[in-house]
Design a binder for this molecule. Sequence first.
Ligand SMILES: Cc1ncc(COP(=O)(O)O)c(C=O)c1O
Length: 331
Amino acid sequence: MVDLRHHGDVEARGMLDLAVNVYDGPRPPWLDAALRSSLGEVGAYPDPSAARAAVAAHHGRAEEEVLVTAGAAEAFTLVARLRPWRRPVVVHPQFTEPHAALEQAGHEVTAVLLPEPFTLDPALVPDDADLVVVGNPTNPTGVLHPAVTLGALRRPGRLVVVDEAFMDCVPGEPESLAGVPLEGVVVLRSLTKHWGIPGIRAGYVVGDPDAVAGMALAQTPWSVGTTAAAAVVACTSHEAAREATRRAEQIRDWREHLEKGLADLGVHHRPATASFVLAQVGGGVHAALRERRIAVRRADTFPGLDGTWIRIAVRPPDTTDELLRALRAMP
Ligand SMILES: Cc1ncc(COP(=O)(O)O)c(C=O)c1O
């Protein structure tokens, strides 16, 4: 079995980082101000109620449909603890942490492997699945599944978990279910990627109020710190919405530069929608790039992929060009 707990951050240390899919630009001054000002309140235990209300207002949902979490990663653990799942299914290739969290909680996970082009076919999910976890847009394939296809995964007694950690990269978020109340569906969101704050640990769950209430019971008390709660309030404000759109459009432009460069080199890659591109460069290229101090994310730890694939983070054109030059120089 592959190492499901391998992530890009360990690959990037000391290297030119095209492995970690975090927005490559400065933090907005209003976010820094909110983070700094939150330090004035860290003498008290954290209270995430303002953050919860802000998320509810942002997505047009009721507060009982929202749970603020310590990043999307915490939410995977809460899902794993929520019920004694009989047949939990994780749709791969996707971020492996939900699979790892379910196994860690003692569940036996059924992996549904989507073949290339990695589009979701609800018929591939076993009928008796009582939990289905799917990413949208999916890391690492870049596929944005239609909201109606995700809705078609619903069954009586089944919980569908849609990981939208990268949805804010998609201008207008057309296929997001965060604003759509659907019984049996919860959506996970992360502030990590778009706002460049992996060290703060801020995210949230929005969805079916029964599932949200169950996840709240499973949560460690005070797990969302004061600073993370302040980040959630700041990043769901009107001011943030404008900057969120600007970033999404910039990521799209940077990604087009990368995709064009790969096409010019004749490198097979999947059409992408988020802040990374899945490319099939052939075996050995990941290691050869590391020798040149360039880190891209290895893809062989994603069930359904192998060592011929790499995942490339979207970066400003200058950085992308360094990678493209190195790829061009490969034998
Ligand atoms: C698809 C996906 N979901 C969730 C996460 C976890 O995000 P967070 O930093 O909010 O815990 C990641 C982090 O890499 C991710 O790639």
